[in-house]
Design a protein around this ligand. Structure first.
Ligand code: CMC
Length: 396
């Protein structure tokens, strides 16, 4: 059937044509719809940048108002879904809960998930807002329920980040009011994760969407892909690594040697990127924001000191330099989330909340492509050559 090119891990394969985000790995450039991430991070917020990523332009005042109204309208979940939470064992990982609950949206909102492209596109504004708002509600409710806490409901007058913090931390007689720095820091974390070209989860969303599957099914597949430690699980990995280094009384120098030797599979979590080979522009922004947040909160985190040591050591070490390994966005996002009070096992969930606009936009690009070709890669077969079943073998 012709010659098949093998490209391990799709390192050099353009899997699609896209207009959403642009990355230049050598120069450390990331743009959302043409706008440099530095400008977006400085002047925009998560809601506007979600709109930009999904609809291609920044919203006008009226469009922002309508988008926010749709987010508020769709942020609650069907009460039967609330009961579904109770079926999970108390030890269930929040990512497992999130994948199941987001997957079940198709059962509760069948009109938004028909698998008929024309209908699904007609209802896109509603399903898009539902995915972005419900992922936040489901995430916070799963935390409340798995900790035996009463659930909270979103409020109209709060921003997206404030609402999430309220859902997580308010209790019936003690409402949580997020300090400004905390809400802003969370908004920035979400904004910086909002889209990132054809990473593992986004290309999964496109793969699933290319079969004609609805938005909820496709983004759920993306959440599953994100769960792995080499992708969205890395932010949790960073904190676990820093805590382990701290517990061993190491200042980071012993760990660096272990990560270089590759012994016991240790890697410097939060370092390295498939595409960025000089620096991750998101890491630069978030590194500074992390310092600002800890200063504002007066948090003294021994892990931050270790992170600084690791960063300094790695940036001056031939092993890391020769392999173009630099801090990525996860290196500091974990420290910030810890300071905000988000539990460790929710870190990857936070990444999923942030990445939802990118997944939604990529699904929409696939679903609205005029030709709509199904994604179907080939393989390089390395198994047995043709052979006959043994004479003696017969199950019939
Ligand atoms: N620590 C130590 N060595 C490393 C690391 C690391 N973090 N990352 C790569 N290497 C080494 C690797 O061992 C290999 O060495 P050698 O050539 O001697 O065999 C070389 O660098 C190339 O590594 P690779 O695994 O072939 O590179 P990749 O492009 O396939 O992997 C990566 C990219 C991000 C999966 C990898 O760098 C990694 O595992 N980093 C740690 C996990 C992490 O922080 N992930 C978050 C990525 S950013 C957020 C996201 O998009 O999800």
């Amino acid at each position: 059937t012709g010659y098949i090119t093998y490209d391990e891990g799709f390192g050099n394969t353009g899997s699609c044509q896209s207009e959403i985000s642009f990355i230049n790995g050598e120069k450390g450039i990331l743009r959302y719809r043409g706008y440099p991430i530095e400008q977006v991070a400085k002047k925009s917020d998560f809601v506007d940048s979600s709109y930009l990523i999904i609809y291609g332009e920044l919203p006008t005042e009226e469009e922002r108002h309508d988008f926010l109204r749709e987010l508020i309208k769709t942020c609650n979940i069907d009460t039967r879904m609330v009961r579904q939470f109770e079926a999970f064992p108390p030890s269930a990982h929040p990512m497992s809960i999130l994948t199941s609950m987001m997957g079940s949206l198709s059962s509760y909102y069948p009109e938004l998930s028909t698998n008929d492209r024309v209908l699904d596109l007609e209802n896109f504004d509603r399903s898009c807002a539902s995915a972005i708002s419900k992922v936040m509600t489901v995430a916070a409710m799963s935390y409340r329920i798995s900790n035996g806490l009463p659930i909270n409901y979103p409020k109209k007058d709060l921003s997206y980040a404030e609402n999430f913090l309220h859902l997580m931390f308010s209790s019936p007689n003690d409402e949580y009011h997020a300090p400004k720095e905390v809400a802003e820091a969370l908004d920035l974390i979400l904004l910086l994760h909002a889209d990132h070209e054809q990473n593992c989860s986004t290309s999964t969303v496109r793969m699933v969407g290319s079969s004609g599957a609805n938005l909820f099914a496709s983004v759920t597949a993306g959440i599953c892909a994100l769960w792995g430690p080499l992708h969205g699980g890395a932010n949790m990995g960073v904190i676990k690594m820093l805590e382990a280094i701290h517990a061993e009384g190491d200042d980071g120098s012993r760990f660096i040697e272990q990560a270089k030797s590759g012994k016991s599979g240790k890697r410097l979590m939060g370092f390295g990127h498939r595409v960025y080979k000089n620096f991750d522009p998101r890491a630069k922004i978030i590194g500074k924001a992390c310092e600002r947040l800890l200063e504002a909160l007066g948090t003294e985190d021994p892990c931050l000191e270790i992170a600084r040591n690791l960063e300094k050591a790695a940036l001056n070490d031939d092993y890391f330099i020769s392999r173009n390994l630099y801090p990525n966005v996860d290196f500091y996002s974990g420290i910030m989330m810890r300071a905000i009070g988000i539990p460790l096992d929710m870190f990857t969930v936070m990444f999923a909340i942030g990445r939802m606009p990118g997944w939604v936009a990529n699904w929409h690009e696939v679903a609205s492509a005029p030709k709509g070709k199904i994604n179907r890669p080939r393989q390089v077969y390395q198994g047995q050559v043709e052979r006959d079943l043994p004479e003696s073998y017969n199950r019939r």
